[in-house]
Design a protein. Structure first.
Length: 91
């Protein structure tokens, strides 16, 4: 399954300076692994030591927050859109 992944500016250097890339996978976890095939560092930026999404990384599939779906096991279908959004703190 091919999905469109929107990459935030701080991570674009890890995927050839692109804002959007195509990735393969039937689940979000498989898409992360597909991205890691281009650059392993992206995986460490997105996942913690337990292999789960980091707290400060928000991921949406078709504008739905994966924390309220099945997290990394969220199923994907051809043409879905995945957006990676780093959390922003302010004060």
């Amino acid at each position: 399954m091919s999905v469109l992944v929107r990459i935030p500016t701080p991570l674009q250097k890890l995927v050839g300076d692109k804002a959007e890339v195509q990735a393969e996978g039937k689940t979000l976890r498989e898409v992360v692994n597909s991205l890691a095939g281009q650059n392993e560092e992206i995986k460490t930026r997105l996942l913690d030591d337990q292999g789960e999404l980091r707290r400060f990384v928000n991921v949406y599939v078709n504008e739905e927050d994966v924390r309220f779906l099945e997290k990394l096991d969220t199923p994907l279908k051809d043409g879905d859109e995945v957006s990676i959004v780093p959390a922003i703190a302010g004060g």
